[in-house]
Design a protein around this ligand. Structure first.
Ligand code: SF4
Length: 337
């Protein structure tokens, strides 16, 4: 039952009308107790469904179970989440009501600086499993924003991610611009996102303005020129009215040169975009280094002065294995925290 379509089919088989199904999905995705609201579910649902509800609720809860939680000083909290087949993924509770969710176990893009990319794709995460991560996060603290920036490339699991986004943007009660679809850039994303009833905000993982370096750093990302990616993202951002977030993992000596800064200025000045610059979180097994905060701040100031709206950010949970896929990688090797 790891897809939302399975959940809906099970509800329908139990005699649920669309309004009943919507009510059950609303309570689940908001992590609300069944007796919340004006009328408790028991008063509202047909008897067959009412009787089956405890079993269904238990099965939904089993889709994503908290394995371990690692709180950081910045208010974020990294969650290692076990799925029903024993696979593990990561979610991160972010400060100010955000939650970062995973869309795949492993990832086929193979970014050189990412732990998740090292294992390749293991399996897709189902749409119900994505919503279950949100329900789990909401059981721990309020969640008003969901970003698809955890393990995996959402474009490679587009149907499931969009199903989850549709539910979260309706029954899940999350504002459309507070759902953030993050991608390395893929033609299918630019075709699909404008069509849905819930249009999420877009985050584009750019990391470099040089085509050759991008092919090296993101070896299996679609070969689309950075300027074309920015153009497509800008078009979508203007159509939706939410600025595009351009993600830039700052790697010392790799993508922090004057040439890159000039490239950023050329590509992003005048765009409906915010550049999120995130100094790399060093990982012992990988060869990349984190620049000093002072250097990163100087770069952000320089770009800002040149008309590129730039925000310097730390990756959440920096002090507790802040890089993507690191909790899972650690869990795979039995190391104590
Ligand atoms: Fe995949 Fe994102 Fe890691 Fe790249 S950074 S390998 S897209 S999970």
């Amino acid at each position: 039952m790891h897809q939302l379509s399975d959940v809906r089919q099970r509800l329908a088989a139990l005699g649920a009308q669309p309004s009943h199904a919507q009510r059950v999905l609303r309570l689940w995705s908001n992590a609300l107790p069944q007796d919340s609201g004006k009328r408790a579910l028991d008063d509202f649902l047909p008897r067959r469904l009412r009787e089956a509800l405890p079993g269904l609720t238990a099965d939904l809860a089993a889709l994503a179970v908290l394995d371990s939680r690692h709180d950081a000083d910045d208010g974020s909290s990294r969650l290692l989440v076990k799925l029903a087949d024993g696979q593990a993924c990561e979610s991160v509770l972010l400060p100010r009501g955000g939650l970062c969710v995973s869309s795949q176990i492993g990832c086929a893009v193979g970014c050189r600086f990412c732990m998740t990319g090292r294992e390749g794709l293991i399996r897709q995460i189902g749409s119900a499993e994505i919503v279950a991560q949100v329900a789990l996060g909401r059981a721990l603290r309020p969640v008003r924003k969901v970003v698809f920036m955890g393990m995996g490339e959402p474009a490679h699991n587009l149907a499931n991610v969009m199903d989850a986004i549709e539910l979260l943007g309706t029954a899940g009660g999350i504002g459309h611009k507070s759902l953030v679809f993050s991608t390395v850039g893929d033609e299918r994303v630019f075709e699909r996102l404008p069509q849905g009833p819930v249009k999420p905000a877009l985050a584009l993982s750019l990391h470099t303005t040089r085509e050759d370096l991008r092919a090296e750093l993101l070896p299996r990302a679609p070969r689309i020129a950075p300027a074309d990616l920015v153009e497509a993202g800008d078009r979508y951002a203007r159509a939706t009215g939410y600025p595009m977030q351009v993600q830039w993992t700052l790697l010392e000596g790799v993508n922090d040169s004057d040439e890159e800064l000039a490239g950023i200025e050329r590509l992003l000045r005048g765009r409906y975009a915010v550049l999120n610059m995130i100094p790399y979180n060093s990982v012992p097994d990988l060869p990349y280094r984190r620049p000093t905060w002072e250097k990163a701040a100087a770069i952000a100031r320089h770009l800002h002065r040149r008309g590129v709206l730039t925000k310097l950010r730390n990756s959440a949970g920096q002090d507790v294995e802040g890089g993507c896929g690191q909790l899972r990688a650690r869990a795979a090797r039995p190391v104590r925290f």
